[in-house]
Design a protein around this ligand. Structure first.
Ligand SMILES: Cc1cc2nc3c(=O)[nH]c(=O)nc-3n(C[C@H](O)[C@H](O)[C@H](O)COP(=O)(O)OP(=O)(O)OC[C@H]3O[C@@H](n4cnc5c(N)ncnc54)[C@H](O)[C@@H]3O)c2cc1C
Length: 422
């Protein structure tokens, strides 16, 4: 499957950071992880750091799937409003999901800070509405988040105009828990750490099929090598669904553009404390921006002062069709940016298209599936905040492999439909 096309910013900026050799022998481990994107890398990091011997394999170069296309806004905000999640799973579960995502951002910060060069920067997140009919839902959403202790501030039309110079914007929720990262570099650093903890990482090694035994699995590579392990984690991104007969998510296409640098650059090691300022460029310096419209447009900065603007999602599931639209979508994104921020000169530097997957309820699918039975764990961190889910997924799967309960196992598991409130 062709996961992306165009010039993805992170892989161009970083180049080939490190080479990971193919598998050229039969191997054995406690846990085999298929997929060396951000999901597989976080899982490998979590397991290797807790004494499990892991092998990670990827048919592509490391981090070269969806991870290199990711815009990597780290948000606790799930694509489904907390209010809507509460209607399906109850308010307590909705709060658990949202608050776990906040905790995940903090944990990602702890991990990223050790590496020091993955451009992890703490941000605020501003969720606005430019559609009057969405105002009541946004207010209800604010009230529920505030009720559960999430650090949110309500901004009305006047505040948005005066403090943020945002016109045609009726209201917004400003959250203090958000961040950005360079996902490609982060992935490489995580895998580096896995190797230091007795793990092994191989790129350009495709797993063709998996045999299951009573005490584990044997995975077969395209070149005829075998990897035996007690457990296997399927962290194949949007290709994970190929391992199951039932479809749990629908593939979509999304588009992103990056400008030449227009904001002041930030030092990687500094978590900025920017005073509030009425200037629009100061606001985008430390705040992620997105809207209630679906599909939603979203904005973040990069360390070197570029603006990254994404959105224009559509239902296209055929990569060639998606790619044919890239020029048109690029123009639409440029226009949408200019409408919102007419004073910021967006000069196009990079543009790309990528596949992503959406679940009905906005939650990921993590853990064991009845169809594939014991020893096989899925890490399908689908959703707009996929990277945050990947972190949570790594903890859930480690708990399951170690025979422990995890409080999110059920809500993020394959049989969560049993929990739906009636
Ligand atoms: C344009 C775009 C913007 C996004 N923006 C955000 C965002 O702002 N914030 C956010 O949190 N998320 C975002 N996402 C989602 C996020 O990027 C994904 O959740 C994340 O990258 C998925 O990582 P992954 O490791 O699961 O998948 P991938 O990075 O695709 O990694 C899976 C790997 O599995 C390998 N693989 C598959 N099958 C096999 C096999 N048989 N044998 C060996 N290897 C195999 C693939 O080669 C691939 O490298 C965005 C996604 C896109 C496309």
């Amino acid at each position: 499957m062709d996961l992306k096309s165009g010039s993805t910013f992170w892989s161009i900026k970083n180049g080939l950071i490190q080479n990971f050799p193919c598998v050229s022998d039969d191997l054995e481990a406690d846990v085999l992880i298929i997929g060396a994107g951000i999901t597989g890398s976080l899982a490998a990091y979590e397991l290797a750091r807790h004494g499990h011997k892991v092998i990670v394999v990827d048919k592509r170069p490391v981090a070269y799937g969806s991870t290199s296309a990711s815009t990597a806004l780290l948000q606790y905000e799930i694509d489904t409003h907390m209010v809507d999640l509460a209607k399906q799973f109850g308010e307590e579960n909705a709060a658990l999901a949202y608050k776990s995502c906040i905790e995940a951002i903090n944990k990602l910060q702890t991990i990223a800070t050790q590496f020091n060069d993955v451009e992890f920067i703490r941000q605020k997140s501003l969720y606005t509405t430019r559609k009057k009919p969405h105002l009541k839902d946004l207010r209800d959403e604010f009230d529920m988040r505030a009720k559960h202790g999430i650090d949110v501030e309500w901004l009305d039309e006047e505040a948005l105009r005066k403090q943020y110079q945002l016109d045609d914007t009726y209201a917004g929720i400003l959250s203090s828990d958000a961040a950005i990262v360079d996902p490609y570099r982060f992935c490489h650093r995580l895998l580096d750490d896995v190797i230091k903890h007795n793990g092994r990482v191989s790129a350009r090694t495709r797993i063709t099929h998996i045999d299951r035994h009573e005490d584990g699995i044997t995975a077969h590579t395209e070149d005829g090598n075998r990897i035996r392990a007690k457990s296997v984690i399927i962290a194949c991104g949007y290709e994970s669904q190929n391992h199951l007969s039932q479809k749990y998510a629908k593939n979509r296409s999304t588009y992103a553009i990056v400008s030449e640098p227009i904001l002041p650059s930030l030092e990687a090691s500094v978590l900025p404390e920017v005073e509030s300022s009425p200037r629009i460029d100061h606001f985008l310096q430390h705040t992620l921006y997105w809207e209630t419209a679906r599909p939603y447009p979203y904005i973040r900065r990069t360390l070197d002062g570029r603006i990254l603007f994404g959105g224009e999602d559509d239902y296209i599931d055929i990569p060639a069709k998606r790619d044919a639209l890239l020029s048109r979508k690029t123009r639409k994104l440029q226009k949408a940016f200019a409408t919102r921020f007419p004073n910021l000169p967006f000069k196009l530097a990079f543009a790309w298209a990528g596949t992503f997957a959406e679940t009905k309820d906005g939650l990921p699918y993590i853990g064991r599936n009845d169809e594939t039975g014991d020893h096989v764990y899925f890490l399908m961190a689908f959703g707009g905040n996929g990277i945050v889910y990947s972190l949570l997924g790594s903890e859930i799967v480690r708990a399951q492999i170690e025979g422990r309960e995890h409080e999110l196992s059920k809500l993020f598991g394959f049989d969560r439909c049993d929990m739906i409130s009636r």
